[in-house]
Design a protein around this ligand. Structure first.
Ligand code: BDR
Ligand code: CA
Length: 312
C-alpha cells in the first residue's frame, strides 16, 4: 500500500475522506495532523480521534497542529460544518489520546523516517505544511508527493466570489506550499463540485443499519441543508474524499501541468488560486491541476468503500 499522511480540519467531508482512507487497502495511514479550518483545532482533534474510534481503526498518531493562520485573522466554517464540525452527528468522547508531538513535527518526523515514501494529503488550510517547510526545508526531498484539496481555478469561489475556503483561510501558507518545489497535485473545486453525494446514496448506506451509516447520515444531513440553503445543490459536494482517492486512483481525474499561484496582495482576489493557462508569465509549471473527473466512477468507489465499513 501507499503510505500516506493526512493533514485535515475535520470537518464533514474530511471525516468522509478519513473513512475512505481507512477503508482503502491501497493506502496505509501513517499519521494525521490536524489544523484549524472547518472548526477550531481542538475540536478537529477530538473529531479525528472519535472517527478512528467509530471504525475501531488501528493505532494511528493524531497530532494537534496549527490553531491559526500565518498572517490572516482566524476563519472557521460553522455554517457549513456545524458548531462541532461534524454537522448533526454526535460521537462519544474519544478513548484514544492525541500524539504528544505538534502536528508540524509529526509531518517532519514521519517524512524524515521514510524519505521518498510518504504522500501527504492536505485537506484543510495549508498552515501545517507551510510551517513544516519553513522549519525543515529538506521536507521537499523527503515527501514523495503532496495531494492538495484546494483552490478554484475556473470555478467560482465558495468563500469569496473568487477564493476557495482552504486557500482563503491561509493564503500565505498556500503561497509557501505552491512555490516550495514539492511535487503537487491540486484538486480544486473545478472537479470536486462535480461529485455530489445525494440523499439516495445516504439512504442506501442507512439500509445497512450500522453506526458508521448513522454517523454519515447525521453529518451529511447538515451538510446537505447547507448546500440547499446557500448553493442550491441537492445533496452535498464531497471535496476531500475525491482528493484522497486521487492518491491511489489518479486516473479518476484528468490533470494538466501549469504554473499556479495564489493572490496574497490583499484585494478582492485575496486567496484566489489561478493558473497560467496561456504561459503568459513565462514561469515553469509548478504543479499538476485536476480539471476533469469521472464523477460517477468516483461515487461508485466511494459508496463501495463506505458500504464495506458499514458491514464491518
Ligand atoms: C474545502 O473547505 C472545507 O470546508 C472542506 O472540508 C474542503 O476541504 C472545500 O472548499
Ligand atoms: Ca477540509
Amino acid at each position: 500500500p501507499q503510505r500516506i499522511l493526512i493533514d485535515t480540519d475535520p470537518g464533514i467531508d474530511d471525516a468522509l475522506a478519513i473513512l475512505l482512507a481507512l477503508a482503502s487497502p491501497e493506502v496505509r495511514v501513517e499519521g494525521i495532523s490536524v489544523v484549524f479550518g472547518n472548526c477550531a483545532v481542538d475540536q478537529g482533534l477530538r473529531n479525528a480521534l472519535a472517527i478512528l474510534d467509530l471504525v475501531r481503526a488501528p493505532q494511528i498518531p493524531v497530532a494537534r497542529g496549527m490553531d491559526r493562520p500565518l498572517v490572516q485573522p482566524l476563519l472557521l466554517a460553522p455554517e457549513t460544518h456545524g458548531d462541532t464540525g461534524l454537522g448533526y452527528a454526535r460521537l462519544p468522547e474519544p478513548t484514544r489520546q492525541p500524539d504528544p508531538r505538534h502536528g508540524v513535527d509529526l509531518i517532519i518526523e514521519k517524512a524524515r523516517m521514510a524519505p521518498g515514501e510518504l504522500t501527504l494529503v492536505a485537506l484543510g488550510p495549508l498552515t501545517n505544511l507551510a510551517m513544516a517547510l519553513r522549519r525543515e526545508p529538506r521536507l521537499v526531498e523527503w515527501l514523495h508527493r503532496v495531494v492538495i484539496m484546494g483552490g478554484a481555478i475556473r470555478h467560482q469561489g465558495n468563500t469569496t466570489p473568487l477564493a476557495e475556503f482552504n486557500v482563503y483561510c491561509d493564503p500565505h501558507a498556500a503561497h509557501i506550499v505552491y512555490h516550495s518545489g514539492l511535487p503537487i497535485t491540486l484538486v480544486p473545486l473545478d472537479v470536486t463540485y462535480q461529485v455530489v453525494l445525494r440523499p439516495e446514496h445516504v439512504e442506501a448506506l442507512l439500509a445497512l443499519n450500522s453506526p458508521v451509516a448513522r454517523f454519515i447520515a447525521e453529518a451529511t444531513r447538515f451538510y446537505m441543508e447547507f448546500h440547499d440553503a446557500y448553493q442550491n445543490i441537492e445533496g452535498c459536494v464531497i471535496n476531500d474524499p475525491l482528493a484522497l482517492a486521487v492518491v491511489f486512483a489518479p486516473d479518476l481525474v484528468g490533470v494538466e501541468r501549469h504554473y499556479v499561484d495564489v493572490d496574497i496582495s490583499g484585494g478582492v482576489s485575496l486567496g484566489k488560486t489561478f493558473a497560467d493557462f496561456y504561459r503568459l508569465t513565462g514561469k515553469p509549471a509548478n504543479m499538476e491541476v485536476a480539471l476533469k473527473v469521472e464523477s460517477e466512477r468516483f461515487l461508485n468507489l466511494f459508496m463501495d468503500r463506505m458500504a464495506q465499513l458499514c458491514r464491518a
